[in-house]
Design a protein around this ligand. Structure first.
Ligand SMILES: NC(=O)c1ccc[n+]([C@@H]2O[C@H](COP(=O)([O-])OP(=O)(O)OC[C@H]3O[C@@H](n4cnc5c(N)ncnc54)[C@H](OP(=O)(O)O)[C@@H]3O)[C@@H](O)[C@H]2O)c1
Length: 338
């Protein structure tokens, strides 16, 4: 029996715990006991109905979890009982380019997620976690970390000496900071909070800008880069920040479209994209093969995810409210230990 968090209608008020029996373990399936799960901004959008108001309910949210293999099907070759594993965001995206159908296999969206103590998943939908990470740390990798890795490393081919601009101090940005520093890049970090910027500096941010006190932060970025602009922007803000990001990037630079924290839909002037030959790249998490490469880099560089706070599973609603407040720095985790 698995303890699951589920919602029958949209809204945090409708989150409730439930018991669910597990399906039989098929030949290619793996039965996992999850010990930790991590929240993403997307989970908040899913539960509140902003992600897909037509989503079929009830639904178990959550794309990110880590735990231990309890049992494997007869034909499973990748795992054995006792292995430490994490979930793969897109259960069907193993390698190569993203496809039209990839989105249908996203955990905690079109299919039930992993805010659950136990699940049976296909072996292709799990990965070994890096040695040296706790379950709580490993649970933060499937969405935010892989998205930052896909943008800067897989798509961006980030090089030492290049400059990376990061918006805010949420989950994606803090992984991007750690990956950028591991590659020898220079990081400019923005935040609404001077205290968070100071913490960002401790993690290696070279230059910081408070986007509240400097709302025209693109001009600051220009000054800080000798009027050149940055090589890469990890764009998590969406409609409210994209025009500034397009001004802050250098000619021939990369802007990775990742998030919509400030909203969607507003018109954006395409002129700078063509005039500056900007590479505008949509990023949607990443594949299993990218996750494997990211894990190798995490292990080699002894990277530990930045965890803001761990909530007991029973306080999942408070964890969502903490995410909603925007007061966090890095990742928010649920402990699924009982
Ligand atoms: N495309 C994908 O595959 C993918 C994957 C993961 C996430 N996302 C999306 O990316 C976005 C970020 O996700 P996340 O999990 O990192 O979120 P998060 O952890 O909730 O990040 C929240 C932080 O973003 C910062 N922020 C908010 N408004 C901002 C603004 N106007 N300018 C700059 N920073 C701002 C704030 O940082 P400060 O408090 O420091 O100001 C806030 O604390 C979300 O929209 C999410 O849905 C997309």
């Amino acid at each position: 029996m698995s303890t699951v968090l589920r919602f029958h209608s949209f809204g945090l008020d409708h989150l409730a715990f439930d018991k669910q029996s597990l399906p039989a373990v098929g030949p290619l399936d793996v039965h996992v006991r999850f010990y930790a799960a991590a929240l993403n901004y997307r989970d908040l959008m899913v539960v509140t109905g902003q992600y897909n108001p037509k989503m079929e309910l009830p639904r178990i949210p959550g794309s990110d979890a880590a735990g231990e293999v309890l049992a494997v099907g007869d034909a499973v070759t990748l795992f054995k009982p006792g292995d430490r594993v994490a979930s793969l965001f897109f259960q069907s995206w193993h390698d190569g380019e993203i496809r039209n159908t990839t989105g249908k296999s996203a955990l905690g969206g079109p299919i039930d997620g992993v805010f659950a103590t136990e699940r049976v998943l296909p072996e292709g939908g799990l990965l070994h976690i890096p040695d040296g990470l706790t379950f709580e740390e490993a649970a933060t990798l499937p969405c935010a970390a892989l998205t930052a890795w896909n943008a800067l490393v897989e798509k961006g081919k980030l090089c030492a000496g290049q400059t990376v601009l990061l918006l805010g101090t949420g989950g994606v940005s803090m992984f991007a900071l750690q990956f950028a520093k591991a590659h020898g890049a220079r990081v400019i970090l923005t935040s609404s909070s001077d205290e968070k910027l100071a913490r960002g500096k401790e993690l290696g941010a070279d230059l910081t800008i408070n986007y509240r006190s400097k709302p025209e932060w693109d001009k600051e970025v220009f000054e800080l880069t000798a009027k050149e602009g940055v090589d890469h922007v990890v764009e998590v803000g969406g409609a409210g920040t994209l025009p500034l990001s397009l001004r802050a990037v250098k000619t021939g630079g990369h802007v990775y479209l990742i998030g919509v924290l400030t909203g969607k839909g507003a018109g954006v002037d395409p002129t700078p994209v063509l005039a500056k030959s900007i590479y505008l790249d949509g990023v949607y998490v990443g594949s299993r093969a990218m996750f494997e490469r990211m894990n190798a880099a995490i292990a080699a560089n002894k990277i530990h995810p930045v965890i803001d706070r761990v909530f007991p599973f029973a306080e999942a609603r408070a964890a969502f409210e903490h995410l909603q407040s925007g007061s966090h720095f890095g990742k928010i985790v649920l402990s699924l230990q009982q």
